[in-house]
Design a protein around this ligand. Structure first.
Ligand code: IVH
Length: 707
């Protein structure tokens, strides 16, 4: 293998990756497409001739995939479980700390107690008892790995070829995000000497932090919103329908486990080595340790490296290395007994409070947000932090503008100010105080008691509702958002534009946009196609179910589950609007205060008129179908796999009872495949034919039983 060859290959990989970035991320291609293709073909030829030299980050490993219409469910043949947590103790937490001294790694020692001496038994207590009885326990080998703070993913390969990949979801069913995964250089399309048959590799999709920061700066420069944190941004990216968005983003995948046995592998460390040999990225910091002292050392070392890592970690995962011992230990409910997630305390750092911004929410509530001197916490730059409410800001923290404050950031929660660091000069600073008038519309703010039992909890609100620009924008955003009317493409930026140009000021105006098509097309930035797509999305939203419409209207305290309860109980928008407090209160799951709020909302003529306008413009407020009269008339279903609660016969009876047909095999005539756990070849066939695939909750929804 000549050095020249290696050098040429390296050059090709880095050049092609650079051109990819210039083309997709920066929109500034330096070479014509044919030149790119020529380099690409040269690289492909070299890799075919010398497979051992192929690099994991080679652009030949990515394939273009096309946008999908919706995210399909992704069933995990073996459920994706979670991990039991342990915490590093900060001392003086336990009564025994005073007697024996605090041990920050106590949870690791307890974990060791469980695993030690457990060979040949499934009783988790035995390990601890054995240690107390003075039996000599064997030394156990563990693997210590960073706990990657990303998005859990499963990738399925058959005969070494990528088949599909999906998110964890509820552990049994996630979402199929193959199209996005394939844009990651660290997700191989084809594996090197993979075992024949199925391989399910699990791992984490993560943002590279420097890339994340760069991407955020670019977004800001383009006038787009910064992403709050890398984890949410990764989740948001993976859920996109169009893979071009993921392609430009610096995401990577690390393999860390498998749902199923990997043939010929006896330990976890061997499995990781096999993954690496197949072409996966395996975390270089993973360490095999003998006995708990080595584990503690490795866990502490990882924590000291934490701030310098190019991705986020929130702890260490300790796993029993030997797979036979893992099997003997088994599981407690949804977690394996052979692994522990040892969490580090949240990252804290101090910085200066530059000012307090008061932000007005959808319901008019005014909340304080700390504007900070930008500071890096656990790898990301934080510029603002939550102060929660007036009580927290003024009474608990006693905040003054210019204070040095300590902020804390844990996982994907918004960073918060946890305390003020006393300094001699703070006496001269002025206390942070609420404004008298709404920062957005100037209307006088009102103070309300949010909970009679907590007089300190005052809610400060702008009562100007839709006349206040901040509330208007927030209400419209909420109305069009994914969980409510789900109007694809009608995001914050476009709404701001439409409000500014006088097209919309309340939700019903959205349904008048079709009449003003020509005017819309003439707006700068909006082309013919994007206007058409928007109008199509608006049209589609007219048939959202009643519960989504109730949420979209912003009825106070009506979230997803209350909206479903209301829809099921009243089965129509008029009935909900006219319901008395007593009738509302009688609905299981609806509290009296919520009932009063709902009644007050629909007693307000402005809200009733808005509902009438929406209806006259075609919004159907589609009531849930009555279970008895639900009709699946003429639809053909095929059942496969084990459904969580229904037997096959029960499912068949339900479908037939509603007028549907159940057939034994999937064909072009099949309308729905109902897939449960361990679905077999019918699932593949349905995917090939593009038949709609639903799970049990999906079937129940079709039958009109809202879930
Ligand atoms: S092993 C039975 N290893 O943590 C679970 N998980 O709370 C086996 N995670 O969603 C998972 N880093 O995605 C494993 N090195 C690591 C991990 C890791 C992060 C995630 C995992 C899971 C969550 C469990």
């Amino acid at each position: 293998m000549s050095d020249d060859l290696r050098a040429r290959l390296d050059w090709l990989v880095s050049e092609l990756n650079r051109h990819n970035r210039l083309y997709h991320e920066e929109n500034t291609p330096e070479i014509p497409d044919w030149e790119y293709d020529r380099l690409f073909r040269e690289l492909e030829a070299l890799e075919v001739a010398h497979p051992a030299l192929a690099r994991a980050d080679s652009p030949t490993r990515r394939i273009g995939s096309s946008p999908v219409v919706e995210l399909r469910p992704f069933t995990h043949e073996v459920p994706m479980l979670s991990l039991q947590n342990g915490y590093r103790r900060e001392g003086a937490e336990l009564e025994t700390d005073e007697v024996f001294g605090a041990d920050p790694f106590l949870d690791l020692r307890i974990f060791e107690g469980w695993t030690r001496g457990t060979r040949g038994t499934k009783d988790p207590g035995r390990g601890i008892r054995a240690a107390m009885d003075g039996e000599a326990p064997p030394v156990i080998a563990y693997v210590v790995e960073p706990k990657l703070d990303g998005l859990a993913m499963e990738l399925v390969y058959v005969d070494g070829k990528f088949v599909a990949g999906g998110t964890r979801g509820d552990g049994d069913t996630g979402e199929d995000v193959s199209h996005n995964l394939l844009t990651l250089a660290s997700v191989p399309r084809a594996l090197r000497d993979a075992p024949p048959g199925r391989l399910a590799v699990r791992g984490e999709v993560l943002f590279d932090l420097r890339g994340f920061e760069r991407m955020n700066n670019e977004r800001e420069a383009r006038g787009e919103k910064r992403f709050e944190n890398p984890r949410n941004a990764a989740a948001g990216t993976m859920r996109q329908l169009d893979p071009e968005l993921a392609r430009g983003r610096p995401l990577m995948f690390f393999a860390h486990s498998s749902g199923e046995k990997v043939p010929g592998v006896a330990t976890h460390a061997e499995m990781l080595a096999r993954f690496a040999a197949m072409g996966f990225a395996v975390n270089p910091l993973n360490r095999r340790c003998l006995g708990i002292e080595q584990v503690i050392q490795a866990v502490a070392d990882l924590e000291s490296q934490r701030a310098d890592l190019p991705y986020e970690i929130d702890g260490a995962v300790v796993k029993v290395d030997e797979l036979a011992l893992q099997d003997a230990l088994g599981f407690v409910t949804r977690s394996p007994r052979w692994a522990l997630a040892f969490k580090y305390p949240p990252a804290k750092v101090s910085t200066r409070l530059n000012s307090v911004l008061f932000s007005v929410g959808r319901t008019g509530a005014v909340t304080p947000v700390a504007q900070l001197e930008p500071v890096r916490v656990g790898g990301v730059t934080v510029r603002n932090a939550s102060l929660h409410n007036e009580h927290q800001m003024a009474r608990v923290l006693g905040l003054r503008v210019g204070d040095t404050v300590e902020i804390q950031r844990a996982g994907d929660v918004i960073p918060e100010v946890v305390r003020v660091i006393p300094t001699p000069s703070r006496d001269s600073l002025s206390p942070a105080a609420y404004p008298e008038a709404c920062p957005d519309c100037g209307h006088a703010l009102v103070r309300e008691l949010s909970d009679p039992k907590k007089p300190e909890m005052v809610l400060i609100r702008c009562p100007n509702t839709l006349a206040c620009p901040a509330q208007r924008l927030a209400a419209l955003r909420h109305f069009a958002a994914r969980g409510t009317m789900d109007i694809e493409g009608l995001g914050e930026k476009l709404l701001e534009l439409l409000i500014a140009q006088g097209f919309v000021s309340r939700p019903s105006d959205i349904y008048r946009l079709a009449e003003r098509r020509a005017e819309l097309v003439s707006i700068d930035r909006l082309g013919d196609t994007s206007v058409q797509n928007l109008l199509d999305a608006i049209e589609a939203s007219k048939s959202r179910p009643l519960e989504r419409c109730l949420m979209a209207l912003g009825v106070p305290s009506v979230g997803e589950s209350t909206a479903k309860d209301l829809a099921r109980a009243f089965r129509g928008i008029e009935a909900v609007m006219d319901a008395s407090v007593e009738a509302l209160d009688a609905v299981p799951g609806i509290a009296e205060t919520t009932a009063v709020g709902i009644r007050a909302f629909f007693a307000d003529p402005r809200n009733r008129e808005e509902v009438e306008r929406l209806r006259s413009l075609g919004v159907a407020f589609v009531p849930p179908a009555a279970p008895a009269s639900a009709s699946l008339g003429g639809k053909t279903f095929v059942l496969t796999g084990t459904l969580p609660t229904l037997s096959r016969d029960q499912a068949k009876a339900l479908i037939e009872g509603a007028g549907g047909k159940v057939s034994g095999s999937v064909s072009k005539k099949t309308d729905f495949l109902v897939a449960g756990a361990e679905a077999g070849s019918k699932l593949d066939r349905a995917q090939e034919l593009g038949v709609a695939i639903i799970d049990e909750p999906g079937l129940r929804a079709l039958l009109g039983e809202s879930t």
